[in-house]
Design a protein around this ligand. Structure first.
Ligand SMILES: Nc1ncnc2c1ncn2[C@@H]1O[C@H](COP(=O)(O)OP(=O)(O)O)[C@@H](O)[C@H]1O
Ligand SMILES: [Mg+2]
Length: 323
């Protein structure tokens, strides 16, 4: 495992953003995208860490972990739903089929939990029993498994905007998707989530909830796009301690980036106003955690890519004849 000292040395070179000689760059919170000829797209995953819809810091190797972990999950789930991935020309980049993202983000939840205003537990604790169009019984406990995973869609917020909660029925009634396509999306999301929970459990992790994005190619094919079951898009708990901690009313052991959110929330920061700078110990712990999750889930040793990222990436893109 990479040492704390190595990470500190690397920090000034953490990958904050790309500047490739390609037209049409789009910049997301974590990824830069470049449209390519022939209906393709290059997605470059940077080391930016976002929470509360803000960029809080750069985390060495985070981009590589997200890119390679998503690629692994795409492979594990390709029999359930086709996905956008064509190849991985560099540890931080993916060549994908360019798709038109659907206007809904598909959140799947296996547990009643969470602290943000959109979380099930937050609403339940307020006394709501109709949440996202589902009826919840009395007597549920925080962090309890739901009888079946449920889909709680949100609108795909434009840059800077927060996502809005929707019910499954509203996805169709608000005209965001046709009913038949939405049926297809829901079935795919639940199947991928189920597979995700099974594989996570084998790796000692509970896949608690996640967010999927789907897109459509110009010829109308539905694809799973963006990222899958990464610590950015998903929450994981340690499986071996979940039951005993739940039984005694303790919080599960988080194993995702929730600790970063909690550290900021503890300082009173929830996404508004000036962003407090992140202490070294926090981003370094994040870096190690991303790598550990990659290794646990894939069962493979993480092979750190060379820094700085951009010259290496350029060379790999030339080799792959992408630029
Ligand atoms: N295959 C694809 N075709 C087109 N757009 C995609 C594809 N996969 C992902 N995207 C988009 O690329 C962006 C990824 O960057 P990211 O930093 O994750 O963005 P965001 O800030 O929206 O989370 C997202 O807007 C996502 O919808
Ligand atoms: Mg994203």
């Amino acid at each position: 495992m990479i040492s704390y000292e190595e990470l500190l040395n690397l920090y000034p070179r953490a990958y904050g953003g790309s500047n490739l000689p390609l037209p049409g760059k789009s910049v997301g919170k974590v990824r830069d995208g470049y449209p390519l000829p022939g209906g393709k797209r290059l997605i470059v995953t940077t080391d930016r860490l976002s929470a509360f819809d803000r960029i809080l810091a750069k985390v060495p190797y985070k981009g590589q972990v997200l890119n390679q972990l998503s690629a692994w999950w795409f492979k594990q789930t390709e029999a359930l739903i086709p996905n956008h991935l064509i190849s991985v020309p560099d540890p931080n980049a993916a060549l994908v089929a360019d798709a038109k993202p659907l206007l809904v983000e598909v959140v799947v939840r296996g547990f009643i939990s969470g602290v943000t205003t959109t979380a099930l537990w937050y609403r339940y604790e307020l006394g709501e029993r109709q949440i996202y169009g589902y009826t919840f019984p009395e007597g549920l406990h925080k962090n309890q498994a739901l009888p079946e995973p449920i889909i709680t869609p949100t609108t795909k917020g434009m840059a800077g905007a927060h996502d809005e909660r929707l019910t499954c029925a509203e996805v169709v009634s608000k005209g965001l998707l046709e009913a038949s396509l939405w049926e297809q999306v829901q079935a795919a999301a639940l199947a991928v989530f189920k597979r995700g929970q099974e594989l996570a459990l084998k790796a000692g992790l509970v896949l608690v909830d996640t967010k999927y994005e789907f897109g459509r190619t110009p010829d109308g094919r539905l694809l799973l796009i963006d990222e899958v079951h990464t610590p950015d898009s998903s929450r994981f708990w340690k499986a071996d301690t979940y039951e005993s901690r739940f039984a005694t009313g303790q919080e599960p052991e988080n194993f995702d980036k929730e600790f970063v959110r909690l550290a900021y929330a503890g300082q009173g920061y929830r996404g508004e106003g000036d962003i407090p700078s992140m202490p070294d110990s926090l981003w370094a712990t994040a870096s190690k955690r991303y790598i550990t999750i990659y290794e646990m889930l894939t069962g493979k040793a993480f092979s750190p890519g060379i820094y700085p990222v951009e010259p290496r990436l350029l060379e790999n893109l030339r080799k792959a004849k992408i630029i």
